[in-house]
Ligand binder design. Structure first.
Ligand code: GTP
Ligand code: MG
Length: 452
């Protein structure tokens, strides 16, 4: 599906920020076309990522800049509800991204998770821009649906402008306190050193054109090297989708995948070696009225989010890397590479068998939870990890162990248990329980499943 004239791949971006800042809403807003008033046609809303083709970006930014030069084939946005856990918990997830969008609620300014995200971005050396979201909540804001932000701001009353500037200045000061220099993007004269702020509304779409154009320009003007397409396959599993035939959703960052390719994916029981039976993506945007159907391809070039069907994938895990075996490759070496990250996480589990059970949706979140449980204030041993929904088998497994560790700490996963069994288990908010955990969770008769 990707036409790639200048040999740039689509930049990949992720969305981070505090709870309720509007991350999901902003992603939704970006993922809809606004071709006709009142009629929103959904574009490639993929499980795990949303692909925004260049022609769509051109359409949506034409008011801001007519005929913008777009050298990238499109934009790949990671961050669907399933993956919110990896933006909430610190993780390797953002490492996949070329650039992040840090969403800040203009009414609240910097919040604990904004700062957490900021630290993660600094640590990972990930470039980012700031979406100063919910501008429509400024008292008296006049809606200018999907308008470029400059245009929208000029439509506002003096009072709204004053309020906007007051809040903006305050937030710039808050960022400064975190050692980060920021400025409204169209006033920013020190790009690179000073981070861009784009005011947005995820509800009425003001500023979204600016956000899209900036993301594209960031890639094709200042970071060409990073988004230049390379042949070597770089691919990460976002999701394992169980069903009649289990499939995996992956982000292909670089390289090409073909139908029939032999692949190796990391799994908790060891590497999964299989060959690609089908390569799927949702229908291209024009046919998107037909939801839930996928189009099959003989080959797909990066960057793209792809659904792969193959045998044995139920043992693959989200967060693991995928490798392709080429004719002269040593498969043992590839298996080792595929297991590297899995092994590094597994090696941190308590080998004595004394500890709780940790379950989350991806290897990234498991790693983050292990980090958290290890901190001196928490200090809870972990003897087993699992990825995916909590099922009867998991409960049976923990029940068989020592009673004081008969606990499943589940984060961001579904809990598939019969009602009776469910009722026997106590469910509480994870964050709340963590605070009181040392006193209350141990020594309980039944295993406790905690879900968010
Ligand atoms: P978590 O997933 O819980 O971390 O939150 P989130 O950052 O994904 O926020 P979400 O998109 O769910 O938005 C939270 C609430 O704010 C919802 O009720 C949204 O409708 C609302 N909201 C988000 N963006 C905007 C905005 O630009 N303007 C207004 N008025 N409301 C917004
Ligand atoms: Mg959300």
């Amino acid at each position: 599906p990707v036409q790639n004239g200048e040999n740039l791949r689509s930049p990949i971006r992720c969305i981070m920020g505090h709870v309720n800042a509007g991350k999901t809403k902003l992603l939704d807003c970006i993922s809809y076309t606004h071709l006709q008033e009142g009629e929103a046609g959904r574009i490639t809303q993929q499980i795990g990522a949303t692909y925004l083709p260049a022609e769509n970006i051109r359409e949506r930014t034409k008011e801001l800049k007519a005929n913008a030069k777009l050298n990238v084939p499109g934009l790949l946005v990671i961050g669907t509800p399933e993956h919110e856990s990896f933006t909430k918990l610190h993780s390797r997830g953002p490492g996949l991204c070329d650039i992040a969008v840090l969403v800040v609620d203009i009414m609240h300014g910097l919040e604990p998770q904004t700062i957490e995200s900021l630290n993660l971005l600094k640590k990972g050396n990930t470039d980012f821009l700031i979406a100063l979201n919910k501008v429509d909540r400024l008292y008296g804001w006049k809606t200018c649906r999907n308008a470029p932000i400059g245009m929208a701001i000029r439509q506002q009353s003096k009072d709204v402008m004053i309020e906007f500037n007051r809040r903006l200045t305050e937030i710039i000061t808050q960022f400064k306190e975190q050692g980060i220099s920021t400025e409204l993007y169209y006033k920013n004269e020190e790009m690179g050193e000073t981070y861009n702020i784009v005011p947005t509304s995820a509800i009425s779409g003001e500023g979204v054109p600016d956000l899209l154009l900036l993301l594209v320009q960031w890639a094709q003007e200042t970071n060409i090297k990073r988004v230049t397409y390379s042949e070597e396959v770089k691919c990460t599993v976002l999701d394992v989708v169980e069903g009649y035939v289990t499939s995996i959703d992956v982000v292909l960052v670089n390289g090409v995948l073909h139908e029939g390719d032999e692949i190796v994916v990391g799994g908790l029981q060891g590497p999964v070696v299989t060959s690609i039976r089908a390569l799927l993506t949702p229908h291209p945007m024009r046919e998107l009225r037909v939801m839930g159907t996928y189009e099959s391809y003989k080959e797909i070039k990066a960057a793209q989010c792809i659904k792969i069907a193959a045998q044995g994938l139920e043992h693959a895990i989200a967060g693991a890397s995928l490798y392709v075996v080429r004719p002269n490759d040593d498969i043992e070496v590839i298996k080792e590479s595929a297991m590297e990250y899995v092994d590094s996480v597994m090696s941190r589990i308590d080998k004595s068998g004394e500890g709780v059970y940790v379950q989350a949706s991806t290897l990234w979140s498991v790693e983050a939870l292990l980090d958290f449980l290890k901190t001196p204030e928490v200090n809870i041993p972990v003897s087993c990890i699992s990825i995916g929904a909590v099922q009867k088998m998991d409960v049976m497994k923990v029940s068989a162990g020592k009673k004081e560790y008969a606990t499943i700490l589940a984060y961001g996963v579904e809990i598939i248990l019969r009602r009776k069994r469910r009722e026997k288990l106590r469910r509480q908010q994870f964050s709340r329980v963590l605070k009181i955990m040392p006193n209350c969770v141990f020594n309980t008769k039944d295993p406790i499943v905690l879900g968010v």
